[in-house]
Design a protein around this ligand. Structure first.
Ligand code: ZN
Ligand code: ZN
Length: 393
């Protein structure tokens, strides 16, 4: 009987590469991963696993139980992006305006191959839940699975997820003991002024002037009110107002996003935006309202679980292939919801081969299949870590 500690076979990796290319050719947007999740579920069943479909929409969970012991969860995301692929690869997207530009095709294939690899051994005691989530890109599929009872129906002591990472070399892991990725919120501000003829501004109250003052004031939040030791980004990305050169409009709209690596800072920024929008426009005789929409939380690792990732990665890949205390990214990730609900860790797996990978979300990005065996080995080694040293004793 093969051991779960064996290296994944080259035949399995070849198969995983075939799955990956098939997913790449048939991308599906968040909550529409019907073909993908059905293929995932059928493959998991063919490995002999117990499969639960339809968790959080198109989410799938497979259970591999062997005797009694610690339970862990391993997670992959399945969704693609609404963008046109620019590629001549034979496995390029068949669907115009939709592509796997973030490598979720690769994450799904790594987790499938891990499921197959672990299902072929029974020399461990405990349980592994393979979690395939929908809608990571803006759709909060992780939260949808949690709302559907993920952690009550499949209780686990820890959960792990990975993302391929252009900018780090292949076979290199980046991880830290705290925030890996930022929170992500959006806001929409309306300034209500009073319209008038552009040649007679005294007859109205120009909301454009108020909006430009407010944009400057908003920039002072991060630069003057938040400690420089606490990273935060506040970007105004949309200003809309007016319809003609000779009309002062009634209303101006400002939209933007806020990213933070700390929940307290996130609360602070939200509060200061609200205060500024309430107080600044009235000083100009206008009125301001803000709709602040909380998106993904900070993706924050449990320090003990992050140490485990560091430990297994160092053992498998060597010291010089592990970037401990990796700098966080100001992008965001909905695995954050899972890490709020369960101890766990999220890590990056380097994606740069002989030539650097295209950036994530680039129209010519393609997941690097060289990561497949390393991903399987890391996930399997995390199972071993919990076998030999359970979190819950
Ligand atoms: Zn993405
Ligand atoms: Zn992604």
């Amino acid at each position: 009987m093969p051991s779960y500690r064996d290296l994944p076979s080259s035949a399995l990796i070849q198969e995983a590469s075939n799955w990956r290319r098939d997913f790449h050719a048939h991308p599906e947007l968040g909550y529409s991963e019907h073909r993908t999740s059905e293929k995932v579920a059928q493959l998991l069943e063919s490995f002999g696993l117990k499969v639960t479909r339809g968790i959080g929409g198109t989410g799938v969970v497979a259970t591999l139980q062997n005797g009694v012991g610690p339970s862990i969860g391993l997670r992959a995301d399945m969704d693609a992006l609404p963008m046109q692929e620019n590629s001549c690869a034979p496995h390029a997207s068949c669907l115009p305006g939709c592509m796997h530009a973030c490598g979720h095709d690769g994450h799904t294939s790594i987790l499938l191959a891990t499921a197959r690899h672990l299902s072929e051994s029974n020399d461990f005691n405990g349980c592994v839940y393979f979690i395939f989530q929908p809608a990571e890109e803006t759709g909060a599929g992780a939260r949808a699975m949690i709302t559907d009872g993920l952690f009550e129906r499949f209780p686990m002591e820890a959960i792990y997820g990975l993302h391929n990472w252009p900018g780090l070399p292949v076979d290199t892991v980046g991880v830290n003991h705290g925030a890996m990725m930022a929170s992500q919120d959006t806001f929409e501000i309306h300034i209500l002024g009073s319209g008038a003829h552009a040649a007679m501004p005294e007859r109205g109250n120009d909301p454009i002037i108020v909006a430009t003052q407010l944009v400057s004031a908003l920039q002072s939040i991060v630069s003057r009110r938040v400690s420089p030791l606490n990273p935060a980004v506040l970007s105004v990305t949309v200003i809309e107002a007016g319809s003609a050169y000779n009309i002062i409009p009634q209303i101006a709209t400002i939209k933007g996003t806020v990213r933070c690596l700390d929940q307290d800072v996130r609360n602070q920024v939200q509060e200061m935006i609200t205060t500024m929008v309430s107080n600044l426009p009235p000083a100009f005789g206008a009125e301001g309202t803000v709709k602040y929409m909380e998106g993904y939380p900070v993706t924050k690792n449990n320090p003990t679980c992050a140490e485990r990732v560091r430990g297994v990665a160092t053992e498998l890949l060597g010291d010089n292939h592990v970037v401990w205390n990796e700098k966080a990214s100001m992008a965001s990730e909905d695995f954050a919801f899972m890490l709020e609900a369960c101890p766990g860790a999220y890590f990056w797996l380097g994606a740069d081969g002989a030539s650097a990978s295209k950036p994530l979300h680039h129209p010519s990005y393609d997941f690097n299949d060289d990561l497949l065996p390393t991903g399987v080995r890391l996930f399997s080694a995390l199972l071993h870590s919990h076998q030999t040293n359970p979190l819950l004793k």
